[in-house]
Design a protein around this ligand. Structure first.
Ligand code: ACO
Length: 315
């Protein structure tokens, strides 16, 4: 099958070729992508809040400049992703309405508070680390606009992950209080970071997950548990380098499996957070709605400008 000539959906998927916006696609495929890309976009912009919280209190000019740039990158990721979603025939204002009214989700992780400066490092190290593990395979997603957006997003996320680790590494070689802050941040972020990969694919806590269908469509390339295991395997040696202990007594190298075993995840907590009962859900949405209302004049001005340009062209 050649690209650029329309093409049959099943053949394109079978041949592992990209589906482009003007191709025919099953409605369920379209709806699954809209849901996932919108949720991803919402996560990027809601994710600006926990870190934005520390911009005025960053400990040095250098750290402040890095943090401002990083938070701005997250806004940019949101924009690429809303644009990718729009190629599926939805409007971003509709998606934002759904976010604001709780009809679409954003990642569970952004409902946790950033209590100390070390939390900013922990977000880079663990949250962005988990995000990359999940998003690198999305660069090979069957839907072209999403896959292409993910390439740049992943490059920037890798930089974010490194800066988070470097910040914690610096603190871990500092005073006793700084080391304690790093340990405390890791204690609080470790389990929620593992939950980012979504519910298990099998066992008593598995929901009627979307993984099998999404894998058949080439949207997801790995199951949630596979990516979670890869993340644990990648992160344990990094924790050792920081000289901290991850808060899991069951974490143990399994020679036979060639992987780290880890303890049970509190899935009740995950579902509670998804239902709106996490530590910061209300604060995040209220803040987001307020920012949207405060920005109304910018949207009005942009529309007025566009209309004026059109009138000029016509006149
Ligand atoms: N936070 C919130 N909701 C979640 C999470 C999570 N961490 N994990 C799973 N869910 C939701 C799913 O959206 C789905 O809900 P729905 O059926 O009501 O829409 C339900 O839990 C069941 O999960 P899955 O069947 O595993 O759903 P899915 O196939 O969509 O997989 C995953 C979830 C892995 C998060 C996938 O959507 C994905 O890869 N998304 C893109 C990456 C992304 O959104 N990252 C955002 C955080 S990273 C960052 O912004 C820095």
């Amino acid at each position: 099958t050649q690209r650029g000539d329309g093409g049959n959906f099943d053949e394109l998927i079978e041949a592992d070729l990209r589906i482009e916006p003007r191709d025919q696609m099953p409605d369920d495929y379209r709806q699954t992508l809209i849901r996932q890309i919108a949720q991803h976009a919402h996560s990027e912009i809601i994710g600006m809040q926990p870190e934005g919280n520390w911009i005025t209190r960053a400990p040095s000019l250098r750290r402040k400049a890095i943090l401002i740039a990083k938070v701005q990158d997250e806004a940019g990721h949101g924009l690429y992703l809303y644009s990718a979603a729009e190629t599926l025939g939805v409007d971003r204002s509709e998606l934002l309405d759904k976010l604001h009214s709780g009809r679409q989700k954003y990642s569970s992780i952004f409902n946790y508070p950033t209590l100390t400066w070390a939390d900013v490092g922990a977000i880079g190290w663990l949250v962005d680390g988990a995000a990359i593990m999940n998003q690198v395979p999305l660069c090979r997603c069957s839907f072209g606009p999403y896959a292409r957006a993910m390439i740049r997003v992943c490059k920037e996320e890798s930089f974010h992950q490194r800066q988070g680790f470097e910040s914690l590494y610096t603190m871990s070689r500092g005073s006793q209080r700084q080391k304690a802050m790093v340990q405390d941040a890791a204690n609080r972020w470790w389990w929620p970071a593992l939950m980012m990969f979504g519910p298990p694919d099998t066992g008593e806590h598995a929901g009627d997950g979307r993984t099998a269908q999404s894998m058949a469509w080439g949207i997801k390339r790995f199951a949630n548990d596979e990516l979670r295991q890869k993340f644990v395997d990648m992160t344990v040696p990094q924790a050792q380098k920081l000289g901290i202990e991850l808060p899991d007594p069951d974490l143990k190298w399994n020679e036979e499996r060639g992987h780290w075993d880890f303890g049970a995840i509190d899935w009740d907590e995950f579902w509670r957070v998804l239902k709106g009962d996490g530590p910061c859900n209300e604060e995040r949405i209220n803040h987001r709605v307020q920012a949207h209302e405060d920005g109304a004049w910018v949207r009005e001005a942009a529309v007025a400008y566009h209309e004026k340009q059109q009138e000029r062209q016509q006149g």
